[in-house]
Design a protein around this ligand. Sequence first.
Ligand code: F6R
Ligand code: MG
Ligand code: MG
Length: 379
Amino acid sequence: MAGKITVSVIKADVGSVCGHTRPHPSMMEKCGEFLADGVKKKTLVDYYVTRVGDDINLLMTHRNGEDAKEVHKLAWDAFMAAADLAKEMHLYGAGQDLLSDAFSGNIRGAGPGSAEMEFEERPTEPIMFFMADKTEPSAYSLPLSRIYLDPFTTTGLVIDARAKKGFDFEIHDVMDNKKVVMSSPEETLSILSLLGDTTRYAVKRVFSRSGIGTAAVVSTDKLNLTAGKYVGKDDPVCVVRAQSGLPSVGEYLQPFMDTMLVAGWMRGSHYGAFYPCAVDDSDPTYFDGPPRVCCLGFQLRDGRFQGLEPRDAKPGDHRPMDFFKGSEWDLVRRNSVKASKMVRGHGPFMPAILGPGEMEYTSRPAVLKELVRRFEKLD
Ligand code: F6R
Ligand code: MG
Ligand code: MG
């Protein structure tokens, strides 16, 4: 079928079992019921409900474009219903990411994270969903830089004529609400000069410079700023299109074989190493982490998701590729635990904890207030 398709991922933590761990299956089922109804009413073409750690991720396709009110409302209603179930079951953090009581027309600014891209579906369209828990959007900056800027990671940048034309990066200043578009390969070093500051800059989108359209999009809705105070790291998603002039599936996965420290983890206030794993293995188990990253893959088929399920499966009924499931990732998982344990040795000292501006929890202002009379000027 011709015409543009929109892939939208909307995600939220609306409660989990025994701390900030894993949504109850009934919450995921409830979301599925809402999205199935969305297909019936033709708001959606297809969907898949999944999760990473305590975050429910709604993967959706439709023909309503980005920022479509009806799609955002559907996701909002699904999360509200899941939160109601969580409240009824006295689960932990029930409704925590739903920052208002009523839907105001767009999910952005309301608590959930979103990443959406509209594009012309190619005759064969591999698409991948990276989903992270206990971390923030700039956690993707290092791997995305390797994927789109580094020929020692993506050989395609050297030997695929279309990839060699380079990529445009839309970079967000998440503190000042500004954006800038920069072009690789010409501006590669300047792009890295910004992205190296993970407290301020994050990649929002990457565009092909050979006419393929959007290659990647990241959810960058900083929950802490949305709420006017720190109420949770975003636990971001990143959607990418692969192959034929874009990085290949394997080139996208390769950077995750290296151990990367990311901000978040316990109380959103620590550095820990990314732990790539299967969705089923994404429960935070060690010090509320380490920060998990999962990756699911599908083909698109006229706007429908096609995984390993039968060709005539119902919408929503999918079996995606689960890329970090295999034993080849055991090495980096072990390294992640080792690196995280090493950092933990610092307890509440930097660099185990984040800088003062980034801590999700802090008692410092209260402590300083108590000490205001006791602090004396040095001679
Ligand atoms: C991090 C996270 C957890 C909590 C921690 C304390 O994103 O969800 O590490 O921050 O378990 O949670 P509360 O304050 O709910 O006791
Ligand atoms: Mg949480
Ligand atoms: Mg989470």
